[in-house]
Design a protein around this ligand. Structure first.
Ligand code: AMP
Ligand code: MG
Length: 190
């Protein structure tokens, strides 16, 4: 198995994709390129083809079986991609039926991560970012609900580490301190 597999997660609106995009630019410039894979995009491609959803934010409202099926198909495709890869995904997905693990056993086995990253920040900052993002249909969670979700994500990340032996790193993406988050991620991936 060649290559480093890095899973990067964070609740919707934490700025995951922004931090990753900036870190990837720097790593490329430093001669340490990674392929960027969005788990949600792999799922959405299949979901849209099947006519299940019209946008990616509808997927977390699908029935559990549909979500698991899409998840498995995405994991299978991603597992076939060799080399150094970053997978932009979710430690858990907040669905109407509770938190769905982003990496249940069969997904973990397919992906075999070396490093698992949680991107976090204070709940009030996440809420502010969700309000300010017209491109997505973000959940209007309460402060407490977001806090529970971030805390659940730490717990499930520990379970993923137990299963695979991957390391877990927490990167804070605080308001006005994007560069600091990018620096941390670049260091982890260098
Ligand atoms: P994103 O663009 O990262 O917010 O992902 C879009 C959507 O894809 C999420 O809201 C989930 O519905 C779905 N998704 C992404 N990663 C996973 C995963 N590992 N397991 C289940 N659903 C996922
Ligand atoms: Mg994103």
């Amino acid at each position: 198995m060649a290559g480093t597999k890095c899973i990067i997660t964070g609740v919707p609106g934490v700025g995951k994709t922004t931090v990753i995009t900036e870190a990837l630019k720097r790593l490329e410039e430093a001669g340490r390129p990674y392929a960027y894979l969005s788990f949600g995009s792999f799922m959405f491609e299949v979901a849209a083809k099947k006519g299940l959803v019209k946008n990616r934010d509808e997927m977390r409202l699908l029935g559990k079986d549909d979500q698991r099926q899409l998840q498995q198909e995405a994991a299978g495709e991603i597992a076939r991609i060799d080399g150094d890869v970053i997978v932009d995904t979710h430690a858990s997905v907040k669905t109407p039926k509770g938190y769905l693990p982003g990496l249940p056993e069969w997904v973990l086995e397919a992906l075999r991560p070396d490093l698992f990253v949680l991107i976090e920040t204070d709940e009030d900052q996440i809420l502010g970012r969700r309000f300010g993002d017209p491109s997505r249909i973000r959940d209007l969670d309460t402060y407490g609900a977001l806090r529970s979700h971030q805390s659940f994500n730490r717990a499930i990340a520990a379970a993923y580490a137990m299963k695979t032996g991957c390391t877990v790193a927490i990167v804070t993406n605080a308001d006005h301190l994007l560069d600091r988050a990018v620096d941390q991620l670049v260091t982890l991936l260098s």
